[in-house]
Design a protein around this ligand. Structure first.
Ligand code: GLU
Length: 493
């Protein structure tokens, strides 16, 4: 299968766009096929500088780089691989012009010389006559300045004088277009209420519709996977395929992404740019896993999928028709899951520079990996790691309120006694390991008729100064006996 991702560089890659790219990637890879990238930059006015690089960076970051089309070199510059691509539509103008001419010759398209004022005038007139949504269609084209109303000589004259023109598609009146969408099943459009679509603009650029159809044909795309917002363009595309004598590809229109209140996912309610998520420190594994499940379900309870597993399991017929709610809690949960799955050694390596930046003492710490291993289950983002290990390097300021814990039955009144018990117990331990510390704590608690938490909560609080941290005995082992006793001594309750 050959699939494509065909974004317009009119802004930064939307999170929904990344999902579309992922689905197209998965479908291609399941058949050892090709996933290509095509930059649809035919609307120069809406183009945003840096958008193409942003799209590429994000696809590479996510681990779903294109096989053909624009690719990045190791320095991050836009380049091409082999003799394929790059597929940037603005570099292919002559191709679209050729097919526009084909359509003109076949009588499926015509030159139109109307100025913007002419069109506005027509719209005003129509509105006044009670037509609220006037279109340049079969009922109106005969009143306009185009090759269907002008004589052949007039047309030639205008072309010779380089008068601005567009090429419009001649949409048949009252046509019924139907097709079977891979996700939505049979879709039918009756009595096409559409404009005679402009195919070639006066600046010589094609519109999205012409360039998109021509390229999907020339690039041998088997299935067009794209957002639901393009569904209404599909009848025009199908007509173009028919006019050009080509067989249309399959289509799969993926459902919209929704906010929790089921409105269309919008910036006002959260982040929508894919790079917002990379900047927050989401792991590519977590974000891809999340996006895969936004609108697709595996039909089993499995929730964690590697990219390889997604390639195996993914299927278009398990994509839902209805909108998919963007559940940020689920994303965060997946992030935590994927954080834990990073091999411990790797995890330590990845957080080390982040921590060393904030805590210089960590830079040369040979025992850093051990400390890292204690926090891996407890953070969601690498950026939280420095705060989570700081107490290993710096004595924390301990707020006495933190030592008290009603749930653990640690009252203010009981604290002095508990701290004394701890000091005595710890001073007697020689085999300073987590296991031994825990075992001794259990025995001591029993002897003093305390719950284990009544001993370990205050100990942990004293050593870390934090509400959440690795366990008391794990921390104590790493800090060493002397340091632990000193931290306990320093507390006055
Ligand atoms: N250029 C369109 C976009 O920006 C592509 C739609 C399609 O995939 O056909 O999404």
């Amino acid at each position: 299968m050959r699939t494509r991702f065909a974004p317009s560089p009119t802004g930064f890659l939307h999170i929904g766009g990344l999902r579309t790219a992922l689905y197209a990637y998965l479908v291609a890879k399941q058949s050892n096929g090709v996933f290509l990238l095509r930059i649809e930059d035919t609307d120069k006015e809406r183009e945003v500088i840096g958008a193409t690089e942003n799209i590429l960076r994000t696809l590479h970051w996510a681990g779903i780089p294109p096989d053909e089309g624009v690719v990045l070199d190791s320095e991050g510059r836009v380049t091409q691989r082999g003799d394929k691509g790059p597929y940037i539509q603005s570099e292919r103008l002559a191709i679209y012009q050729k097919y526009a001419e084909d359509l003109l010759e076949k009588g499926c398209a015509y030159y139109a010389f109307d100025t913007e004022e002419d069109i506005e005038h027509m719209r005003d007139n129509e509105k006044r006559a009670g037509n609220p949504a006037p279109k340049y269609d079969a009922s109106i084209r005969m009143r306009m300045k185009n090759a269907l109303t002008l004589s052949e000589d007039e047309v030639q004259e205008k072309l010779k004088n380089a008068e601005p023109y567009v090429v419009r598609m001649k949409i048949p009146d009252g046509n019924v277009v139907s097709f079977t969408d891979d996700i939505r099943g049979k879709v039918e459009f009756r009595g096409l209420e559409i404009d005679d679509q402009v195919l070639l603009k006066s600046d010589g650029y094609p519109t999205y519709h012409l360039a998109n159809v021509v390229d999907d044909e020339l690039m041998n795309i088997d299935i067009v996977i794209r957002g639901e917002e393009w569904l209404s363009s599909t009848p025009k595309h199908l007509l173009l395929y028919e006019f050009l004598g080509w067989q249309a590809p399959r289509f799969a229109h993926v459902p919209l992404l929704l906010n929790a209140d089921r409105t269309k996912l919008s910036k006002r309610q959260g982040d929508v740019a894919a790079e917002d998520y990379t900047a927050q420190g989401y792991l590519p594994e977590a974000l891809l896993n999340f996006l895969a499940l936004l609108g697709w379900n595996p039909g089993t309870p499995q929730e964690l999928f590697t990219l390889g597993e997604l390639v195996e399991e993914f299927s278009i017929d398990r994509i839902q028709k209805g909108g998919a709610v963007f559940d940020t809690e689920k994303l965060k949960w997946l992030q935590g899951q994927w954080m834990r799955k990073i091999p411990a050694e790797d995890f330590a390596k990845r957080i080390h520079p982040v921590v060393a930046e904030e805590i210089p003492a960590a830079a040369l710490d040979k025992a850093f990996a051990k400390k890292a291993s204690l926090i891996q289950d407890r953070i969601h983002f690498f950026s939280e790691s420095a705060d989570m290990v700081r107490f290993f390097y710096e004595r924390p300021e301990v707020d006495n309120k933190l030592l008290v814990n009603e749930k653990q039955n640690v009252t203010e009144a009981a604290l002095p006694e508990i701290l004394n018990t701890l000091k005595r117990m710890l001073a007697d331990i020689d085999d300073w390991t987590d296991e031994k510390l825990l075992e001794t704590s259990k025995k001591t608690a029993k002897k003093h008729n305390l719950k284990l938490g009544q001993l370990l909560w205050p100990l942990r609080a004293v050593l870390t100064g934090r509400k959440f941290s690795p366990g008391a005995t794990e921390v104590a082992e790493v800090l060493g006996k002397e340091e632990v006793l000193e931290r306990l001594e320093a507390v006055t309750v």
